[in-house]
Every structure is written in structure tokens, then in C-alpha cells.
Design a protein around this ligand. Structure first.
Ligand code: KG4
Ligand code: ZN
Length: 334
């Protein structure tokens, strides 16, 4: 059995987890900094890295004790080395490398986006590639072909804003707290998705890329013009209309990716994969195409270290480890 300690600190969650054989979560500790950044309406990088420094040791300690294990029993240590905020990444990465060096434990650097994909392999113990995976979060929107463990082809990505970023930024102008995504999810349930006309991204082109900056600008302009006319914007209806535009675009790209690859499995991952409308419409798409649709439980959608430990363990079990000279890579691609 391979026991992997995973560490994640790419944005505003300080997280550590212990995972067995890449599939079984022994512990998963997440210290969110969301409350700290809420007053600023978004993550402040300097504040985030300082908080990671305070939290990293107690979080790793707790992950080990909740897994009823000790560092000497760990077979590999995995940490996110990109993409993300450089100051935040460095805290978890340097901590992991220092621990690996001191204890002579193999170290594995993990791409954060790859981690999100593996949340599905944790949630569904029998799930195997090949598959198409839509990874959507506050920082990334990628459509990947998962040919095998560790073998990916990026089919499409956002040309500008990430899906979660678009929801968070428009949500802020609607008066919602950061991060707005989960609130938009709840508000949209009773809202009218046809009330506010909003554009869908590049539906006529063949591309698998998406773009959300046009939608964001159109949404912000609409809110401003309603307010200038003295009309109140209905937050529920607006949330539903905005979400529908985002989900329509994402599900359309999943459809194109499934057609192009012939894959029979579709996986959703990342914070926005927690969204109930996206899950619902992806499931409908799967039913119409004879494709099985998978997504992680809510806790595994948003940033966590179990997914990093899982991706790291799969690499370790294939004999792939990283040099202790590995640097943080804020713009890392998969
Ligand atoms: O994966 P994640 O925790 O961090 C990044 O890697 O970015 O994703 C956070 C993003 C935020 O933009 C947040 O608003 C969005 O995921 N999000 C949601 C939901 N839960 C989180 N968006 C829509 N519906 C949700 N239920
Ligand atoms: Zn993430």
C-alpha cells in the first residue's frame, strides 16, 4: 500500500490530506481563508501567503493525526507547484520539499488542474480513463481528454476569464459576497433564466475554447443600465440568467469534446462543478449521448489536498518523482 501526504496551497485554502493507493481518503483537512479575503471582494495574494505560513504546520499535523499515522509511515509527499499565486504556492511547496528532504521521503510535484481531475478518481473508486474532463474553477476552465492516468490532451480552454471568475465578478456587482458562485447557485434555483437576455460564447464556431469576458461585460452593462433607469435588478432572476449562459456554453463544449474524441465518460471537476445546474445539464447531455457522467462530492470539487495526494500517489506508483529543486510555476499548464 502506498500512503501519500498531499499539500495544497495554490490560492486561499491551506490543505493537507493523507490518501492510500491514490483512491482512499484517510484524512482531508482544509483551512479556508475565505473569511479573511471577503472584505476585499477577492483573494489578496500577500495576505494569502502570510496566512498559509501560519496554517501550514498545524494543518499538516492534523491531517497526519486524523489519519492515525506518522510522517515516518508516509511513502511519498505530494504538493501543488502550479498554477496559482506564487507566494501561496511557495509556502506549501517549500514545506513539502523540506519535510521530504529531512525525512528522506520521495517528493512529487503536482499540477493543480491535474489534482482537480483526480477528485473524480477518489470519488468513484472504479472509474478509469479514457474520459473527457471539464475542469472549471475560479482560476481555470479547461476541457481535457484523459487518455490514461498521467496522459492528457487539452482540447479547449478559456481565452480570457475562468467560469468561476465570471460568476464571482458579476456576483460582486449584484451585491453578493466573495465567492459569489455558491450563492448564485442557490439564488438561481427559484430564478427565471429567461428574464435577462445574455450572450452565449462562440456557439457558431467549431472551437472547443470558451470565452467569458463578453458575457461578463454584457452582464455588467445590463445591471448598470437597469440601475440607471431606476429599475431594480432581480438578483434571483439575474443569477439564473447568468448561470444558464455559463452552463449552456460549458455543456456545449462538453458535447463537442465527446463527439470529437468518441469518449464514453464525462467527468466534471473544480469548484464550479459543485454547481447543481451544471451537474443537471451535463447529466442530461450524457443521457442523450449514451455517455456516463461523473462528478465529485461538493467537498472534493473545491480546492482540497486529497485530490493532490491522489494525483501524486498515481505518479509515485508509476515511478515518477520530482527533484527537490522543483520551483513554483504560477502559470503552469497541463
Ligand atoms: O476549485 P476552486 O475551489 O478554486 C480554484 O481553483 O479556483 O473553485 C472556486 C470557484 C469560485 O469561483 C467559486 O465561486 C466557484 O468555484 N464555486 C461555484 C460553486 N461552488 C464554488 N460556482 C458555482 N456554483 C457553486 N456551487
Ligand atoms: Zn482549484
Amino acid at each position: 500500500m502506498a500512503l501519500c501526504l498531499g499539500i495544497e496551497s495554490s490560492c486561499d485554502e491551506t490543505a493537507a490530506a493523507v490518501v492510500a493507493d491514490g483512491r482512499v481518503i484517510r484524512s482531508s483537512v482544509i483551512a479556508s481563508q475565505a473569511d479573511l479575503h471577503r472584505v476585499y471582494g477577492g483573494v489578496v495574494p500577500e495576505v494569502a501567503s502570510r496566512r498559509h505560513i501560519e496554517l501550514i504546520l498545524p494543518v499538516v499535523d492534523r491531517a497526519l493525526s486524523e489519519a492515525s499515522t506518522k510522517i515516518d509511515e508516509v511513502d511519498c509527499i505530494a504538493a501543488t507547484y502550479g498554477p496559482g499565486l506564487v507566494g501561496s504556492l511557495l509556502v506549501g511547496l517549500m514545506f513539502a520539499k523540506g519535510l521530504a528532504f529531512a525525512k528522506e521521503i520521495p517528493f512529487v510535484g503536482v499540477n493543480h488542474i491535474e489534482g482537480h481531475v483526480y477528485a473524480n478518481f477518489l470519488e468513484h473508486p472504479d472509474l478509469e480513463p479514457p474520459a473527457v474532463c471539464l475542469t472549471v474553477s475560479g482560476g481555470h476552465t479547461e476541457i481535457l481528454e484523459i487518455k490514461d492516468f498521467g496522459e492528457y490532451v487539452r482540447l479547449g480552454m478559456t481565452r480570457d476569464d475562468a467560469a468561476g471568475e465570471c460568476l464571482d465578478k458579476v456576483g460582486r456587482v449584484l451585491g453578493l459576497e466573495y465567492p459569489a458562485g455558491p450563492q448564485i447557485d442557490r439564488l438561481a434555483v427559484n430564478g427565471d433564466p429567461d428574464r435577462y437576455p445574455l450572450p452565449r460564447s462562440m456557439m457558431d464556431e467549431e472551437t472547443l475554447d470558451v470565452s467569458f469576458s463578453g458575457l461578463k461585460t454584457a452582464a455588467l452593462n445590463l445591471i448598470n443600465s437597469e440601475r440607471q433607469r431606476g429599475r431594480e435588478v432581480d438578483v434571483g432572476d439575474f443569477s439564473a440568467s447568468l448561470l444558464e449562459a455559463v452552463v449552456d456554453t460549458l455543456v456545449d463544449r462538453c458535447r463537442r469534446a465527446l463527439l470529437q474524441t468518441g469518449a464514453k465518460r464525462l467527468m466534471l471537476s473544480g469548484g464550479v462543478a459543485a454547481n447543481r445546474r451544471l451537474r443537471e445539464k451535463a447529466t442530461e447531455l450524457g443521457e442523450s449521448m449514451g455517455v456516463s457522467v461523473y462528478y465529485p462530492s461538493l467537498k472534493l470539487c473545491t480546492d482540497n489536498a486529497a485530490m493532490i495526494a491522489s494525483a501524486g500517489a498515481f505518479r509515485f506508483m508509476r515511478g515518477q518523482t520530482s527533484s527537490l529543486a522543483l520551483n513554483a510555476s504560477p502559470g503552469l499548464r497541463l
